[in-house]
Design a protein around this ligand. Structure first.
Ligand SMILES: NC(=O)c1ccc[n+]([C@@H]2O[C@H](COP(=O)([O-])OP(=O)(O)OC[C@H]3O[C@@H](n4cnc5c(N)ncnc54)[C@H](OP(=O)(O)O)[C@@H]3O)[C@@H](O)[C@H]2O)c1
Length: 304
């Protein structure tokens, strides 16, 4: 199929593109710069110039495709409301172009923002209505309009070479402060997935996903925060220390509330429904690989 991919040059999207091509699909990738366009051509994709702000570019990209994978997001945590609103508007536009066609639209969500009902968050659990990002709600509304819209929830750590998300931020804080910290008893858990396993799941959801479904791209159900801090401490050769909840905000800055969350998550239903099996290294094994601790060349997620 011909898939329109938003965010095809991002950490996740740049793994999704080759995964789709390997699976025999054609990719039309949204590019907002010449640099992005060049990298898409190099990856064997077609280029669709536009941006999240250019609504018409989203509409025409989706209209020209047999299905859409939406991974673009404006990661500005200091101005999250407008970023969330741009995401909601983008999903509505992409889906509007597919309405009544039963074509698939895969939207990206997060496992940390679900209302967990049991020991592990499951695909049955609804999103937290208080969270400003409304990707899931927007996708659910489209499922009712004849779009095969589903949500792929990613855990707080999608890891692998090129990661510039939460874990590299924790590493740079440990470098700056000379200690690797965890919050409270450090037993709160983060689920995780390797980006190559996640990209395979995006492909399966595109090919086989059902309207209104939620999929969990989770390989590690819950890695204790303390284990993450311990690997970072060992790799950087700095002490591993405990921070109280009160001290955490000062030590970790904007990432403190995320690193303090306990979000153990299952992907059993996803694995069963789509036949997905994560095969890549887990978070701790990947953190023990050297690429996380090489000198930083790219940007690390920041709040501005
Ligand atoms: N990585 C993780 O650990 C993780 C965890 C949970 C959820 N997620 C979610 O997964 C999705 C993909 O994340 P990621 O890590 O791949 O993000 P990323 O590396 O920051 O990539 C973001 C992508 O979106 C594009 N983009 C940003 N602003 C845009 C705009 N205004 N118009 C058009 N394109 C724009 C970027 O294009 P440029 O290349 O031009 O900048 C890039 O292709 C996001 O929804 C994210 O919130 C990621």
């Amino acid at each position: 199929m011909r898939a329109f991919v938003t965010g095809p040059t991002g950490f996740i999207g740049s793994a999704v593109v080759p995964e789709l091509i390997k699976g025999g699909h054609q990719v039309l990738g949204l590019a907002r710069s010449e640099k992005a366009a060049k990298s898409l051509v190099a990856a064997g994709a077609e280029v669709h110039r536009g941006s999240l702000e250019d609504i018409e570019s989203l509409r025409s990209g989706a209209a020209a495709a047999d299905g859409v994978i939406h991974t673009a997001f404006i990661h500005d945590f200091s101005n999250y409301g407008p970023a969330a609103e741009a995401d909601r508007r983008a999903i509505e536009t992409l889906g509007g172009a597919l309405a009544g066609s039963d074509r698939p639209l895969i939207v990206t969500g997060g496992t940390l923002v679900v209302q967990r009902q049991g020991p592990l968050a499951t695909e049955e659990d609804a999103p937290n209505p208080n969270f400003p990002r409304k990707s899931e709600e927007a996708a659910a509304a489209l499922a009712a309009r004849g779009v095969r819209a589903s949500v792929l929830r990613l855990p707080p750590s999608a890891h692998g070479n090129g990661d510039h998300g939460f874990v590299p931020r924790l590493i740079s804080i440990a470098r700056e402060k000379g200690v690797s910290a965890y919050i409270g008893d450090g037993l709160n858990r983060w689920p995780a997935v390797h980006r190559l396993d996640a990209s395979h799941l995006y492909r399966l959801a595109l090919e086989k996903g059902g309207a209104g479904e939620r999929y969990h791209g989770v390989a590690d159900e819950g890695v204790p925060a303390r284990h993450i801090a311990e690997v970072i401490g060992r790799q950087l050769n700095v002490p591993v220390v405990r921070k109280s909840r009160e001290e955490a905000a000062d030590h970790f800055g904007w990432i403190a509330p995320f690193f303090g969350m306990d979000g153990p998550t299952s992907s059993a239903q996803t694995q069963q429904r789509l036949g997905w099996r994560p095969v890549q290294p887990g978070l701790i094994a990947d953190l023990n690989a050297e690429h996380y601790f090489e000198p930083i060349v790219g940007h690390v997620l920041s709040h501005s």
